[in-house]
Design a protein around this ligand. Structure first.
Ligand code: C5P
Length: 222
């Protein structure tokens, strides 16, 4: 039987990457974290003091940048110009700036082209904000995940604590709200549910419940 593409979109910290990884593993598909690509460019721009407001400078920076997502034994690794930045792209500084980079149309155009090149052969689970609407508009399965901001902040908080990081739930809530606001209000490919996406409210669901629902959507079309 043929392979399909599964597009998973939704607001920040809705559990997209966790379930996307699970679903990809079950189907032995490739998982593509498109947020990691925007984060990698943001990290490089900050390091090189490129203004996050300059669309032209960011687009030029991206042209001379390689971003690779590689599967390893300990999960997916992100390489920026051949350097492992898997940990660095999760910093608070990158998190709080990435939406300013991602709002520029010419940055998105280049990113979408790179992402589409990864979906040609199908067999892919891709998560982000515009996957069902722009990157893979013909995806066989489209999912829109959401949860209350309180629940999303709580999950991120527990994750931080379990990793031994400092964490403040109120700060997390503000950071998530701010990122969602910028991602939803931007002109270019804003965060929105694709018309034909299946909406899942994960507020009171477990990761396994959500993965099961997505897998059953996939099995319907496989
Ligand atoms: O998924 P993650 O939270 O890592 O994404 C970081 C940011 O990258 C988002 O808040 C958004 O600004 C941007 N992004 C995007 N389009 C995507 C994926 C991520 O604009 N497809």
């Amino acid at each position: 039987e043929g392979k399909i593409a599964i597009a998973i979109d939704g607001p920040a910290a809705a559990g997209k990457s966790t379930v996307a990884k699970l679903v990809a593993k079950k189907l032995t598909y490739i998982y593509v974290d498109t947020g990691a690509m925007y984060r990698a460019l943001t990290l490089k721009a900050i390091k090189q003091h490129v203004s996050l407001e300059s669309e032209a400078d960011l687009a030029a920076l991206l042209t001379s940048t390689t971003i690779e997502l590689k599967q390893s034994e300990n999960g997916q690794k992100v390489y920026l110009d051949q350097q492992d930045v898997t940990v660095d792209i999760r910093s608070l500084e990158v998190t709080n700036n990435v939406s300013y980079v991602a709002k520029h149309a010419s940055v998105r155009k280049d990113m979408v082209k790179r992402q589409q090149a990864l979906t040609e052969k199908r067999g892919v689970v891709m998560d982000g904000r515009d996957i069902g609407t722009h990157v893979i508009p013909d995806a066989e399965v489209k999912i829109f995940l959401h949860a209350t901001v309180e629940e999303r902040a709580k999950r991120r908080h527990e994750e931080n604590i379990s990793k031994g990081f400092n964490s403040n739930i109120e700060e997390l809530k503000e950071e998530i709200k701010q990122r969602d606001l910028i991602d939803t209000k931007r002109e270019s490919a804003p965060l929105i549910k694709a018309e034909d996406a299946v909406e899942i409210d994960t507020t009171s669901l477990s990761i396994d419940d959500v993965a099961r629902q997505i897998l059953s959507e996939a099995l319907n079309v496989l």
